[in-house]
Write a protein that binds this ligand. Structure first.
Ligand code: AHR
Length: 508
């Protein structure tokens, strides 16, 4: 019997095919007062690993290892009913309140000052959200005065009295959260939100014209108002804001793994549609600047049925919400979503995986126990560490696979980054096929002298394999040897359902 033909794919890379610089803000994350992300996530006084401020050092180590660059805070749906003043000052005077967004009790033990301390220790940039649900421009200005004004005013002096002499200098601010969503506290229609966001932005810029402001885009491409929402709110805000936000979560539905593995097609289409709408408003309103996208919530998320029916049970502090256990397949999807975010770095200039710890997260931390890396931690960490310099568009030829949701899609999803100063080229590639190994030929003739420095593959015979506290290293990337560049060509095999990183460096 004749052997089956190997399934081949080719990739051409050229240093001239530049998309944009690699944006460090692509590797953002999100800390929301939701579930156990804050309490028993990043903050747990009394935990054996906690420092004197209650910050978990084991979690901080993982956050640094993950390479997170910017962190959005404090929500999410939470922010739309939040009073930031509740979370500053002496702890014993802070009020305990109901958080209607997550049907939880919020003790306010952790607030702005604690978050800023945590962000400094973690080495991340803060991205702060203001409440435009139950509040408006006045409270946003007051928060800005507290956070960023040097001193000599009531609120800046209050910060100093709380032991924070130097202003925080927070640059990036989100004007509310998912205001298009009927579930949102203070939900508005596009005209109402557009006007409120524009007024808030104008007021904040009167205090500091150099802020970078994000207007709320759609909560996803399936929202009935998607497109018209962006068009309307941008007509109100275009000259006042720098970004429009995008949110999108993926999940495997009805056992349709093929469509799930092609999830990045949906993200890519979503970005194209937002860009088209932004550019339409730009032309219509005769603006010069191009609007960028802050993709400030994205991930794989299964445990969200309570969004329809409400969070069950009593009002408690930090209930375990959306603690998804991620599989190898989820990690491969996260890897390809990162490939998309990089490939669209010309317009997506900030992005936050939602969320950082426990809730919809790549890091799991047990209360009083250990913290470990979920499968989705790895493609994020490796991409954040090795995507450097400029993003290069790669020209690929690959066989197609048929999916129920997205039609025919290429089995191969890939991007490259090139750091000219360091003579380093990194290729990130996903094989979406469940059945075929791809024999990939990479044409590197435009990179004379480059050799393979490292090849890592994240795969597993069981696509449902996950990491647990008992087996925290069940799924992790493995180094693979045996391939080399020969006459400007590299041949590697990409196993079915896998994420790979190929690092090449110029021989010196
Ligand atoms: O990240 C979880 C939630 O998802 C956020 O609070 C909200 O913005 C989105 O719907």
């Amino acid at each position: 019997m004749a052997a089956a033909e190997p399934v081949t794919a080719t990739m051409h890379i050229d240093p001239a095919f530049v998309v944009a610089p690699v944006r460090r803000r692509t590797f953002g994350s999100f800390v929301e007062h939701m579930g156990r992300c804050v309490y028993t996530g990043i903050y747990e006084p009394g935990h054996p690993e906690a420092d004197e401020r209650g910050l978990r050092r084991d979690v901080l180590d993982l956050v640094r290892e993950q390479g997170v660059t910017v962190v959005r805070y404090p929500g999410g749906n939470f922010v739309s009913g939040y009073r930031w003043e509740d979370g500053v000052g002496p702890r014993e005077q802070r009020p305990t309140r109901l958080d209607p967004a997550w049907h939880s009790v919020e003790t306010n033990e952790f607030g702005l000052d604690e978050f800023m301390t945590w962000a400094e220790v973690a080495g991340v940039e803060p991205m702060m959200a203001v409440n435009l649900g139950t509040r408006g421009p006045q409270e946003a200005m007051e928060l800005l005065e507290y956070a960023n004004h040097p001193g000599g005013t009531r609120l800046s002096d209050l910060r100093r009295a709380h032991g924070r002499e130097k202003p925080y200098g927070i640059r990036m601010w989100c004007l509310g959260n998912e205001m298009d969503g009927p579930w949102q506290l203070g939900h508005q229609n596009a005209d109402e939100y557009g006007r409120k966001a524009a007024e808030t932005a104008r007021a904040m810029r009167m205090i500091d014209p150099d802020l970078e402001l994000v207007a709320c885009g759609s909560s996803g491409p399936d929202m009935a108002t998607f497109g018209s929402w962006e068009a309307t709110i941008l007509e109100h805000t275009y000259d006042q804001v720098d970004f429009v936000s995008a949110h999108l979560y993926h999940e495997e539905l009805d056992g349709d793994l093929d469509s799930f593995l092609a999830s990045s097609v949906q993200m890519d289409n979503f970005i194209s549609d937002i860009v088209a709408t932004c550019d339409h408003v730009r032309a219509k309103t005769r603006q010069r600047k191009r609007m960028n996208i802050s993709f400030d919530e994205w991930n794989v998320w299964y445990m969200r049925e309570f969004l329809q029916h409400g969070v069950p049970g009593e009002w408690v502090r930090a209930p375990a919400l959306s603690e998804d256990d991620y599989t190898l397949a989820d990690a491969v999807v996260v890897g390809s979503l990162l490939i998309t975010l990089l490939r669209r770095s010309d317009r997506v200039t900030a992005a936050c995986q939602a969320q950082l710890v426990n809730t919809i997260s790549g890091i799991r931390a047990e209360a009083g126990g250990p913290a470990w890396r979920q499968t989705i931690f790895y493609p994020f960490a490796y991409t954040a560490r090795h995507a450097r310099g400029e993003v290069l568009r790669v020209e690929c030829r690959a066989p197609l696979m048929t999916t129920a949701k997205y039609g025919d899609v290429p089995m191969l999803d890939a991007v490259a980054t090139h750091d000219d100063d360091a003579d380093a080229l990194t290729v990130f590639a996903v094989n979406r096929s469940r059945s075929e190994s791809l024999a990939l030929g990479v044409d590197l003739r435009a990179f004379p002298g480059y050799q393979l420095a490292e090849r890592c593959v994240l795969t597993d015979p069981d696509v449902r394999a996950a990491n647990t506290s008992a087996r925290p290293d069940r799924v992790r990337p493995r180094s693979v040897s045996g391939a080399a560049v020969d006459q400007g060509r590299l041949e590697v095999a990409l196993p079915p359902v896998s994420w790979s990183m190929l690092r090449l460096a110029k021989a010196r």
